[in-house]
Unconditional design. Structure first.
Length: 730
């Protein structure tokens, strides 16, 4: 009799799904079906009589949580709480956060809100003159929270940032409590504090969720790990799924020791290794394995596959970034003409700035593309403005949101007036919104401010009056009563129409939430705050090539993958070169990049690159040298795309052999002679301005001034040393 849960699983997958009580760690290699295992395990528990309300499954993105829940339902499972860490903790804090003094409808502050509050604290403490940005202080506080450090634990180090952190950390936490708000780090940290300070509550949650599953466990930080330990009851029915070889988010607080040391904290752990890859060719897997085996901080495993050997990985080296980008564009064009789907093609790079030349090359060749990981819908200014209005409706104590909107649209409420409002509030114990909405307190302000703020108070009052009807009526009232569309469409730039369309889309989003989800305005705001990114595309009709950092590529897969900029000090990043632990994280990034590819992988590097205004000779990344030579073909850029591959590369530079050398003029063995002939009448290409013709040269050498008439941007005067011009061969 067929079994939808078990029939199509391999033996290690079956073992993980059928594991009974006690701790389980699933080491899931890239493309080995980890989502299938964790969802099948949930479905199996439900089929065996475990109640859905007894299971708590945690992951890191709303997309992953939604996909897991969908798969469980497809297998006939009932409702199970599948959630992100932040969403689950926010829900639990709304139930029990009152024990720590937080209101049920607390506001969730994002990074902007956090920095605004810290900026005000810096001003109040006369620290704003130190030249330290609020964002620097906020990021440092976030890092401290991710390792479980409190203001009392913090030991001040050298430098003005730490001095400001010492002065602001406690004041910031007190201000959050006063405003009835939590930042994203506090959602997890405060729930952990709740379970720590109230053992009876911890026991209640252990009884409520005797089955705990955590996906992407290698990405957990120390606070999330400690929270897991608090949630695990005496049965220790915890299942963690992850891959230490794909731990690449240390900069976000991820601690690889959590997965490496899990067995020490749970000695009876059963370890299951998922080593069969269903994604990539055997050649790609062999290359990835040969690289990652140079790491020491890992759990041993070796990916295998039943897929074909596939094509060799091609490494090509170009004279400079313009040629590299141009050649990548030509290869992509060839793939598309050969029938490849642009949606199945991706270009990766280690750092954002490397996308510039790639974008230019693809644009010139007419290849539609997208930057993955750019500004998201809910991060756009007009959307954040309106969400701030909605937050004030729900929580009048939210001074950060109120400060954002008090002069949006413009009401001629400057810093002096805003400070006056703050002073009144401090005297009587009122928030900014409470001062603005109280006619007696507002009477203390100048006449012009009283009138403008009276209109704002009226808009807030009318919006509050329809709040019981849902998010959409409130949003409509705010937009209409503040004439917000006139404000954003009267700028006079090309984005006028786009801003209006964004607001219209926000209306649609609120309407959908009210109709399909419900829960009221506070629930909608929590939904928005917990979104990690906007996953709705403006236009899905045109297939596009994806450009992204390797970090953004985690969890994705494509038929054809290009990795640009494989040069020492770029990939691996220069910050990692003096630290073995950092180099290992960079190597894990390389492993992730390679294992995103299903059919082909192309690796690119440049012999020279303009860095900080200087032309620098670049060495080949050490990660290229670590690839098993049996699955690697090396070629010059012209050969790579013309079929002239070779395995004999004795004439190649050794990785890092002359990296970092700065020189003023290229030589024939590094560049074509044409690239040195910057003379009147010569056709050139620039990474930003595109194609053009030199119309004049003033002076000589690296200080010469080059006059160029570009086809799209007109005349430009460039200094030869910094111009970054490449000659178009005749």
């Amino acid at each position: 009799m067929s079994d939808a849960i078990l029939d199509d699983l391999n033996e290690p997958q079956r073992t993980a799904v059928l594991h009974g009580e006690g701790p389980l760690m699933v080491l899931a290699g890239a493309g080995s079906g980890k989502t299938r295992v964790i969802t099948r395990r949930i479905a199996r528990l439900l089929r065996d009589g475990v109640k859905g309300g007894s299971i708590l499954a945690l992951t890191f993105t709303n997309k992953a949580a939604g996909e897991m829940a969908r798969r469980v339902q497809q297998l006939g499972g009932g409702w199970v709480r599948v959630s992100t860490f932040h969403s689950a903790c926010a829900r639990f804090l709304r139930d029990d956060g009152k024990r720590l003094g937080y209101p049920r409808d607390f506001t969730i502050y994002d990074t902007y809100d956090r920095d605004q509050l810290i900026r005000q604290i810096l001003v109040d403490k006369n620290l704003d003159k130190l030249g330290v940005r609020a964002s620097q202080v906020g990021r440092r506080i976030s890092q401290l929270k991710n390792v479980g450090m409190t203001p009392e634990d913090f030991v001040v180090g050298r430098g003005s940032v730490d001095q400001c952190v010492e002065a602001c950390f406690r004041a910031y936490q007190d201000a959050l409590l006063k405003h009835g708000a939590l930042d994203f780090d506090d959602l997890i940290g405060k729930f952990l504090e709740l379970l720590t300070e109230f053992p009876d509550l911890a026991e209640a949650y252990q009884d409520r969720f005797p089955w705990l599953l955590i996906d992407e466990f290698q990405d957990t930080n120390r606070v999330q790990y400690d929270l897991m330990r608090r949630l695990v009851g005496g049965t220790q029915n915890v299942c963690v799924v992850g891959d230490p070889d794909q731990s690449i988010y240390k900069f976000r607080g991820a601690d690889i020791r959590n997965i490496l040391d899990f067995e020490n904290d749970f000695p009876n752990t059963e370890v299951v290794r998922l080593e069969q890859n269903y994604r990539s060719t055997a050649c790609i897997l062999r290359a990835a394995d040969s690289v990652i085996r140079n790491n020491r901080q890992r759990k041993d495993k070796r990916l295998t596959t039943d897929n074909d050997e596939g094509e060799p990985i091609v490494f090509f080296r170009s004279a400079g970034p313009a040629q590299e980008a141009r050649e990548i564009g030509q290869r992509i064009e060839s793939l598309i003409l050969g029938g490849a789907d642009p949606e199945e093609i991706a270009v990766f790079y280690r750092s954002h700035f490397l996308s510039r030349g790639l974008e230019e090359a693809l644009r010139e060749q007419g290849i539609p593309h997208r930057i993955v990981g750019g500004v998201t819908f809910f991060e756009r200014r007009e959307i954040k403005d309106l969400l701030a209005y909605l937050r004030v409706i729900v929580n009048p104590l939210d001074d950060v949101s109120m400060a954002r909107i008090v002069n949006v649209p413009a009401r001629k409420i400057g810093k002096v007036t805003l400070q006056k409002i703050r002073d009144i509030g401090a005297r009587v114990g009122a928030s900014i919104a409470e001062v603005v909405c109280d006619p007696e307190l507002r009477a203390e302000l100048p006449a012009r401010a009283r009138t403008a703020l009276g209109e704002l108070a009226d808009a807030l009052d009318r919006a509050r009056g329809v709040a019981s009807q849902g998010a959409l009526p409130v949003l409509r009232t705010i937009v209409e009563r503040t004439a917000y569309l006139d404000f954003i469409s009267g700028v006079g730039d090309p984005e006028d129409e786009a801003r209006v369309e964004n607001v219209a889309e926000l209306h649609s989003d609120a309407a959908f939430f009210d109709t399909e989800v419900g829960g009221g305005l506070a629930a909608y705001l929590q939904h928005v705050s917990l979104l990690t990114h906007d996953e709705r595309h403006v236009d899905d009709r045109i297939p596009k090539v994806s450009l992204m950092t390797v970090h953004a590529a985690k969890g994705l897969e494509f038929d054809h993958v290009f990795v640009s900029g494989l040069e020492d000090a770029l990939f691996p990043h220069i910050r990692s070169l003096e630290d073995d632990g950092e180099i290992e994280e960079e190597r894990r990034l390389m492993y992730v990049a390679l294992t995103r590819g299903r059919r082909t992988v192309w690796l690119g590097a440049c012999r020279t690159r303009m860095l900080n205004g200087q032309l620098v000779r670049q060495g080949v990344s050490q990660f290229v040298d670590e690839i098993d030579e049996s699955c690697l073909l090396r070629a010059d850029a012209d050969q790579a795309f013309g079929g002239g591959y070779r395995r004999d590369f004795d004439d190649w530079d050794e990785p890092g052999s002359d990296a970092g050398e700065v020189f003023e003029y290229a030589t024939e063995d590094e560049f074509s002679q044409a690239e040195c002939e910057l003379a009147e009448g010569v056709r050139v290409v620039h990474a930003v301005y595109g194609h053009g013709t030199i119309t004049g040269v003033q002076g000589s050498g690296h200080t010469a001034k080059i006059q160029v008439r570009f086809e799209r941007s007109g005349d430009r005067l460039l200094v030869a040393e910094h111009a970054g011009l490449q000659v178009v061969p005749r």
